[in-house]
Design a protein. Structure first.
Ligand code: FAD
Length: 488
């Protein structure tokens, strides 16, 4: 039986291990941390449970697919429910909008709240669906770096309709052209942050992202987001994948332009194929020092990072749901601070995720677990202690203004994660959440392929390579690697 080494047990690494196991490889996953999941992990802070990284779960069928691959009913390992409300949005002038998970209801209510015509909203939503349908099989489900991808009917269809994809204008320009309401423009601009980009730079094709929320829906896994990585890890162990924790890989061994295995902190391993789930930047800089590097790919601008305050809050807020957004009064300045000035804007958009709304056990009775996140630049050596202190003051002031309550005395427990911590815990270069940013129309083509062009038997999966960051795309990267490796 041929064997495979996977470097890293992030969601992409675990899914790749499952795909390779299914097609007959003997798979060993080497993980630097003491736990599986990478960014998808959990933490208890004085009796409040938090999901540390991802909080929004879309496209659950991609998780289910991994169970059905082994003829296992996903529900026996992993359960989730569809959310009726996608997100509660708040503005400082008192406007609120509860985004319904049913797109017809969303359209009706958005038209009323923002004074737009329903038919206008409907045609925007339909054109987003069209963009997704035209491009998903090309951009998301296949390697963009194999000639065969370009010889398919789907690709020809997408190329013929390129004019409808809005690649030549920014997401903000598209939304401003479409809507009168500045608030609705801001609401739809926010989807650029789903891949760590700026709506003022990312192309209009990114308007396909709301399609995923509005038409596929958003979900919550029973037991929290960590159940995604935990259940897939358990499935992999059950299928015979070997996991070795606290074992960092230091080097990918290459002989005659062929990957032949790795050297870890504990020992050397020979392998027929090697897959790196580690961020592509440190993979080259640290593990492939003596090989030539794809400079253009590695020099791409990184996606944004995050500053998260995990707060135990000593009362409940019925006006809040699982996902809540408190919008900045000046969105453009906020993104200019993140991507141009590399600092934190004094009026940041604040995202509050409260899993105790779904899972009562995540907080003591009558309390809530608040995951309070703002988008921030990557770590370029800024004074993070100073930035964190200032950001905490600004965040609290924003929440106080919108909720009309002083929340400082309600904070019973606190844990903080910043870009330095994200980089330390997962090796993500500069603490970026999604690898490279998609701040140009060519970004999709500049992501690193899922295989090496110069080193045979070396593959890549996870959020820093094609097709991109976020749980669904990491799962798709694993599927693509499964399709690319030599068949057993
Ligand atoms: P990672 O999770 O990056 O894991 C890589 C693993 O490799 C780590 O376990 C690391 O320890 C290991 N590793 C690194 N170097 C080595 C080495 N040398 N040897 C051995 N092991 C090594 N996505 C969503 O879909 N929805 C969200 O709401 C969302 N929100 C997010 C919020 C935050 C705060 C963060 C941080 C991310 C968020 N994301 C979200 C993005 C999502 O978490 C990532 O895209 C995804 O989890 C990345 O998975 P990955 O497979 O690339 O691996």
């Amino acid at each position: 039986m041929p064997n495979a080494i996977v470097i890293g047990a992030g969601i992409g690494g675990i899914a790749t291990a499952l795909r390779l196991n299914k097609i007959g490889y003997d798979v060993t996953v080497l993980e630097a941390n003491s736990y599986p999941g990478g960014k998808l992990y959990t933490k208890d802070v004085h009796g409040y449970r938090f999901d540390l990284g991802p909080s929004l779960f879309t496209m659950p069928h991609l998780v289910d697919e991994l169970f059905t691959l082994f003829d296992i009913d996903p529900k026996s390992f992993f359960e989730y429910s569809k959310k009726e409300v996608i997100c509660n949005y708040f503005w400082e002038d008192g406007t609120t909008f509860s985004a319904n998970g049913d797109s017809d209801v969303f359209i009706k209510e958005a038209a009323k709240t923002f004074g737009e015509s329903e038919s206008h909203l409907k045609s925007y939503v339909n054109s987003n669906t069209k963009k997704y349908d035209l491009t998903s099989s090309l951009f998301l489900e296949k390697s963009l770096h194999k000639a065969s991808t370009y010889l398919s009917v789907d690709t020809i269809k997408a190329i013929l309709q390129i004019g409808k994809l809005d690649v030549d204008i920014t997401l903000n320009a598209l939304n401003e052209k479409t809507f009168q309401s500045a608030k609705l423009v801001q609401l739809f601009n926010r989807f650029a942050t789903y891949n760590g980009s700026s709506p003022y730079q990312t192309p209009g094709i990114m308007s396909m992202i709301p399609h995923l929320e509005m038409n596929y829906g958003t979900f919550f896994p029973k037991g929290g987001m960590v159940q995604i990585s935990k259940s897939l890890y358990e499935l992999a162990v059950r299928q015979g994948v070997t996991f070795k924790f606290n074992e960092k890989v230091n080097h990918i061994k290459v002989e005659q332009n062929k990957a032949i295995g790795v050297a870890s902190t504990k020992r050397d391993y020979m392998a027929d194929i090697t897959v790196s789930n580690m961020d592509i930047f440190p993979t080259y800089k640290n593990l492939l020092q003596d090989q030539s590097h794809p400079t253009k790919v590695l020099e791409q601008e990184r996606s944004s990072s995050a500053l998260i305050f995990y707060w135990g809050i000593s009362r409940e807020f019925p006006e809040l749901d699982l996902h809540n957004i408190f919008f900045s009064e000046n969105y453009q300045e906020e993104f200019s601070a993140i991507f141009e000035k590399r600092t934190i804007f004094k009026d940041p958009t604040v995202y509050i995720n409260i899993t105790s709304k779904e899972e009562k056990v995540d907080a003591p009775e009558g309390h809530e677990n608040w995951f309070v996140m703002i988008n921030v630049p990557g770590n370029y050596g800024q004074d993070w202690e100073q930035l964190k202190t200032e950001a905490r003051i600004h965040i609290i002031s924003k929440i106080n203004k919108i909720l009309g309550v002083d929340i400082e005395p309600l904070i019973m427990a606190e844990h903080i994660l910043d870009p330095i911590g994200i980089e330390r815990d997962t090796s993500s270069y500069r603490g970026s959440l999604y690898g490279a940013a998609s701040n140009s129309k060519f970004a999709a083509f500049l992501r690193h392929p899922n295989f090496s062009n110069s080193i045979k038997n070396l593959y890549f999966c996870g959020g820093s390579v094609h097709p991109g960051g976020g749980i669904p795309l990491c799962l798709l990267s694993a599927k693509i690697v499964g399709d690319l490796v030599p068949k057993v």
